[in-house]
Design a protein around this ligand. Structure first.
Ligand code: PLP
Length: 432
């Protein structure tokens, strides 16, 4: 199975869904999630990393309960990385036990820390002040040390440099996350001396735009620190949480980096990960989800103005927030299909795909070459499994599309509804 859904796979899946009446006349857009592909990514993660590694998938990349439940059911080694109270509840509700949940928010309140500690969720502290708060809570009567199943770690910034996308790079000299290793080495060591319950180290280098070398350098820095702490305080560091950040492939011309390639590169630079001395955790989001879904949006009108052909469709910055606001950094390939889901043939014409929202920047694809779109066609956006629906914007109060899950069988594709199309009432309730 290719990492990405090919254009033909996308079109066939859409056609099948349409044939079964799953894209009704009121469905101006639809998302289809390839659950077999999701599964194969999870299996790849398990094969690539040392046995027993906890793969805590970032909830923010895709918080759909129906998807989270599949992750939870897949294998006990699959977990969830949460960064807010609702994300914690989503993970617990999907069936992840507390020892499979990592809680990483940089702004945890007293109440959130208490709840996470009481439930035995694995925590990563972002800074020394948070450690102090935890020490206060752990000294209290309600939380015994026995509750610390998974343990508590400290997030450090390995300062290995920013990646290609500034807004998702968190390992430059400055970052809003974690304790910078080069400036605070002594304080970090002192914190481990002081708090005997501190047994983990965590880092995350960035999201998309980080090279394998950068990611490996971040893990190397984390590992060096762990070895130093363990040389002073034998066997203190037990959990090494190496974060996520493996880029997903959004263009065929990009080099495809797989979880296998990343693990292979880590084996070279960081063989200690395979020594059995540490429990490893990862926090991949994008690499697990991105390539497993596509979205289809119906074309409502096509107009030519000032020499620009604009196809007005039903998905824009509500779903593609990053791409619309920052088109230089983010990309989704698009595909033109007709009203029955067939790939459109014909001479390519340069066109702009506009969304339905009331601002000029609502252009999810600019100057793309596609067969001329017409009313009733649809545009398919590829690789939308991560950081698209999860960043849904309420601007103009449009309804979130239905999300279908697809699996393959001998009789052809099977679909389930992962999330029904949002009703007008649900949108109204959101604003109440
Ligand atoms: C966002 C985030 C992740 C997931 O990043 P991906 O690029 O989706 O793999 C993991 N850990 C932390 C702390 C994050 O903030």
């Amino acid at each position: 199975m290719d990492i990405r859904m090919t254009p033909l796979e996308v079109a066939r899946a859409l056609q099948s869904a349409m044939e079964r009446g799953l894209m009704g006349s009121e469905d101006t857009s639809l998302i289809i999630y390839d659950l077999d592909r999701l599964r194969s990514r999870l299996q790849e993660a398990r094969q690539a990393f040392p046995e027993g590694t906890l793969h805590a998938v970032a909830v923010k990349a895709n918080p759909l309960p129906a998807v989270l439940r599949r992750l939870a059911d897949e294998h006990p080694c699959i977990g969830a990385e949460a960064a807010s109270l609702p994300e914690l509840e989503l993970a617990l509700g999907a069936g992840f036990g507390p020892e499979r949940i990592l809680f990483d928010s940089p702004a945890k309140t007293h109440a959130e820390l208490r709840l996470a500690l009481e439930r035995g969720i694995v925590l990563n502290a972002d800074n020394f002040q948070e450690l102090e708060r935890m020490a206060g809570l752990l000294g209290g009567a309600s939380i015994g040390a026995a509750k610390l199943h998974g343990g508590i770690g400290l997030r450090v910034n390995p300062q290995v440099g920013a990646g290609a996308i500034a807004t998702t790079s968190v390992a430059g000299q400055y970052s809003k996350f974690g304790v910078p290793v080069s400036e605070c080495r002594d304080e970090i060591l002192a914190a481990f001396e002081r708090y005997s319950w501190l047994t983990g180290l965590h880092s995350h280098v960035g999201s998309q735009g980080c090279s394998l070398e950068q990611l490996c350098a971040g893990v190397r820095t984390l590992l060096d620190l762990a070895e130093e702490i363990n040389s002073r305080l034998p066997e203190r560091i037990r959990l090494l949480d190496i974060g996520g950040g493996l880029p997903a492939t959004y263009r065929d011309s990009e080099p495809k980096s797989s979880l296998m390639d990343y693990a292979q590169a880590l084996r070279q630079r960081c063989p200690e990960l395979w020594s059995g001395r540490y429990r490893i955790a990862t926090e991949f989001g994008r690499a697990i989800h991105a390539n497993a879904a596509f979205a289809a949006a119906r074309v409502e009108y096509v107009k030519t103005q000032a020499g620009v052909v604009t196809a007005v469709t039903h998905l824009g910055a509500d779903m593609f927030l990053r791409k619309c606001y920052n088109p230089g950094d983010w990309h989704h390939d698009v595909l033109a299909v007709d009203g029955s889901g067939q790939i459109k043939a014909g001479e390519a014409v340069v066109q702009t795909i506009a969304g339905p929202l009331c601002f000029q920047g609502d252009l999810p694809a600019r100057d793309v070459s596609l067969p001329l779109l017409e009313q009733g066609d649809a545009v398919c956006f590829r690789d939308v499994g991560a950081y698209t629906l999860s960043m849904w914007s309420r601007y103009n109060s449009r309804q979130m599309p239905a999300v279908l899950g697809m699996t393959r069988s001998e009789e052809g594709p099977r679909f389930t509804i992962l999330r029904a199309r949002e009703s007008v009432e649900q949108v109204l309730r959101f604003w109440e």
